[in-house]
Design a protein around this ligand. Structure first.
Ligand SMILES: N[C@@H](CCC(=O)N[C@@H](CS)C(=O)NCC(=O)O)C(=O)O
Length: 264
């Protein structure tokens, strides 16, 4: 399903292969996603966990010209992925909205991925919200072009939000004993964190001093569906590394400056 995808999530698309897809009259829903996209990975985890691979096609945004193409922007004016287009042509952007739709639409299929008590559901909602509003935006400091001050602030914000999540995590999963959509939201972003911060920012161990997150990470890695999605995301990051992304964007040079703190 993912073969046609490019690995340039979270960066502008350039020159990737195209695959034609009918967006208006598809009998199936279509998810626009590429392997490295952490926000799209959370939907891919849910699709695979619930066994929905034959109901939902997964294609690259390149299939309709890329994230900033006229056709894509008509569907999602934000020019971001993931985006799901339903069989009637309705466009659903925003990962958490897509998650809500898929869990509702396919409630009878596979695990519910929703906690069984109001308290645990609130806990899952809180972890998801911390991810989407605070941790997610700070992620850009790990791999996007920006000035040194903004990057240092972003890395500090990431460390702070990881501590906030450490305080929220019930264990072994975010909301307790059940895997929920909160875990799906968080683990792809932690693939970025675990891959990038030690390699390029000098962190020793991103889970040091965060024992609940360490146990959560171990539990997620033991989930075969999560492990498969982690490998997809990591594969994309390895391509970025091979293409010298951190050197070419001047990130290595910025991190060499001792005027700022980079490792927490
Ligand atoms: N709030 C959005 C964030 C989605 C997002 O930032 N996606 C990234 C890929 S991981 C993207 O499309 N970036 C391209 C861009 O911002 O131009 C969601 O939850 O879906």
């Amino acid at each position: 399903m993912l073969a046609a995808s490019t690995r340039r999530a979270c960066a502008p698309f350039r020159g990737a292969s195209r695959r034609s897809v009918s967006i208006s009259a598809s009998a199936k829903s279509v998810l626009y996603s590429v392997p490295v996209s952490n926000y799209a990975a959370r939907i891919r985890y849910i699709i695979q966990s619930k066994g929905l691979q034959s109901e939902i096609d997964i294609v690259s945004p390149q299939a309709i010209g890329g994230l900033k193409s006229e056709e894509y922007l008509k569907l999602n004016p934000q020019g971001k992925m993931p985006l799901m287009v339903l069989p009637d042509g309705t466009a659903l952007p925003e990962s958490e909205v897509i998650v809500g739709y898929v869990l509702d639409k396919y409630a009878g299929r596979g695990p519910s991925l929703q906690a069984s008590t109001p308290e645990a559901r609130a806990q899952a909602a809180l972890a998801t919200r911390i991810h989407d509003i605070y941790l997610g935006p700070a992620m850009a400091s790990m791999y996007k072009p920006m000035g040194i001050e903004d990057r240092a602030k972003g890395i500090a914000a990431l460390a702070f939000q990881m501590d906030v999540l450490e305080g929220i995590c019930k264990g072994p999963f975010m909301a307790g004993s059940e895997v929920t959509s909160a875990d799906a939201a968080l683990f792809p972003s932690f693939v970025f964190i675990e891959f990038i911060l030690p390699k390029f920012f000098g962190w020793k161990d991103v889970f040091a001093g965060r024992p609940k997150l360490a146990a959560w990470w171990a539990a997620m890695k033991a989930d075969p569906v999560a492990a498969g999605v982690m490998a997809e995301v990591r594969g994309g990051l390895e391509v970025w590394e091979k293409n010298n992304r951190w050197k070419d964007l001047g990130i290595l040079e910025q991190v060499a400056s001792t005027a700022h703190k980079w490792a927490y």
